[in-house]
Design a binder for this molecule. Structure first.
Ligand code: HEM
Length: 425
């Protein structure tokens, strides 16, 4: 049920209040509607976090045109002072905050080039058969598990999580026995802030341990690849040179962690939240099931509607003005993709799921600019195959209860989504 934005007092809105991120989606969207309409650059103090210095606060950007203006001027609005943390990056966390997502050109471009080729549509043609194979395996396993019991399953654990995890682990060359570690560590890294997954008294320790476990895994795999190179991405990382120099251990570790985490949590969210949205819009689900030519537009719409990544940060490198808003050097901006993706200036009927939506110039994979999602082509492929095969292998999937939503300002994740296979095909 929609919530009326008029019921909120603009002065009382606080995006840094953790409880805000536990509110139902309709409430959050209504608050963003209010901000976008009345205060498109709204200033907030940072949330306080044990063990971290509070920083200077940030401007919340909620209109699509403003977000895109900022993303497309990377020299004025840089990523190098941290894109994925509200706080400035503490040096001891740079192992997973120091990747290319938090770098500026020219170094960013040089590092990105090392793996960019692997993620082009042409190269992805070579992995598409294995994507289909993984999706089919996961769905067959989910079906067998449900049928061995009373038909029930958890969409997140049984379908949405294993598909992208297996795909990116295959690409990186992470062996079977280490994948649970990758899953748990990336949960900890991205889901920090949810009371079920974080020790609220000491949020940093778990984060550090997860980063260290991933770096240790990378060290082991890297040593093996130096001995015995393969065609996986880990081999590409250990053998690559930027300006005649090999990457340092730390650079490889942060790169490795970025690819594993970014390649896995985001797509999982799109699958799980996408299935939830389809169950809330059964007529659209039926139309999509019946018409494979809708795959492309439907996948884009799911990414827009779900917005798996909620925001990224930029820092002003100089004083200036953007779309009428004056700012100072050092000012921080959080680009709220979820809000921009519901901007009525950019999308007709923005809160409706419309799987045939066209045009659909959403910013779910980022705005225009050098940091546009490296994995966008891969993610689109994964999502199209997953939904199409789901319609074929599990057409009887039915959501049976409320989702357990992650309490996070950063990712729009689900922890659990109960479902069952009715057996009626
Ligand atoms: C960057 C979203 C899937 C790898 C980004 C950014 C967004 C995003 C919003 C922009 C960062 C910025 O502007 O600062 C998503 C969504 C996905 C997804 C919604 C799934 C539906 C993937 C996959 C990979 C991936 C499958 C595979 C490895 C990356 C990397 C970057 C990135 C490496 C950093 C690019 C750079 O800094 O140049 N993603 N992503 N993503 N994404 Fe994705």
């Amino acid at each position: 049920t929609p919530v009326d934005p008029a019921q909120f007092d603009i002065e009382a809105i606080d995006l840094s209040d953790r409880d805000f991120w536990a509110e139902p989606p309709a409430v959050r969207h209504a608050v963003f509607d209010k901000l976008r309409a009345e205060r498109p650059f709204a200033f907030f103090d940072e949330p306080t976090m044990e063990g971290m210095e509070p920083g200077p606060g940030y401007w919340a950007v909620t209109r699509l045109a403003d977000l895109d203006a900022i993303s497309s001027q990377p020299a004025v609005f840089c990523s190098g002072q941290g894109a994925v943390s509200i706080q400035d990056i503490p040096a001891d966390l740079s192992e997973f905050y120091g990747s290319m997502i938090s770098m500026d050109d020219p170094r960013h471009a040089r590092i990105r080039r090392i793996v960019a080729k692997t993620f082009t549509p042409r190269m992805l043609e070579q992995v598409i058969d294995s994507v289909v194979g993984i999706v089919d395996d996961v769905l067959a396993e989910a079906r067998a598990k449900a049928e061995a019991g009373d038909g029930s399953l958890d969409v997140v654990a049984d379908i949405a999580a294993p598909i992208p995890l297996r795909i990116i682990c295959d690409m990186m060359g992470v062996p079977e026995q280490d994948r649970l570690l990758v899953l748990n560590a990336s949960n900890t890294i991205l889901s920090g802030g949810d009371p079920e997954l974080t020790d609220e008294a000491d949020p940093l320790t778990a984060l550090l341990e997860a980063g260290m476990a991933m770096a240790e895994l990378m060290g082991r795999l890297a040593a093996e690849r130096i001995e015995n190179p393969t065609d996986d991405l880990t081999t590409a990382l250990v053998n690559s040179e930027v300006e005649g120099e090999k990457l340092t251990h730390q650079e490889i570790a942060s790169f490795f962690i970025l690819l594993l985490v970014a390649g896995n949590e985001t797509t999982r969210t799109a699958i799980a939240q996408g299935l939830l949205a389809l169950s809330e819009n059964p007529e659209q689900r039926a139309a999509w099931m019946a018409d494979p030519s809708m795959d492309k537009s439907a996948v884009e719409e799911i990414v827009r509607y779900v917005s798996p990544v909620t925001w990224m940060r930029r820092t002003a490198t100089q004083d200036g003005e953007v779309n009428g808003h004056s700012f100072k050097e050092g000012d921080k901006f959080l680009l709220f993709y979820n809000a921009a993706n519901r901007d009525p200036e950019a999308f007709e009927n923005p809160h409706a799921l419309d799987l045939g939506r066209s045009p659909n110039n959403h910013v779910g994979f980022g705005g225009h600019g050098p940091h546009f999602c490296l994995g966008a082509h891969l993610a689109r492929r994964e999502l199209a195959v997953t939904f199409r095969r789901l319609f074929e292998i599990c057409p009887d999937l039915e959501i049976t209860g409320e989702p357990a939503r992650l309490r996070s300002s950063f990712v729009n994740g689900l922890k659990r989504l109960p479902a069952r296979l009715t057996g009626q095909r």
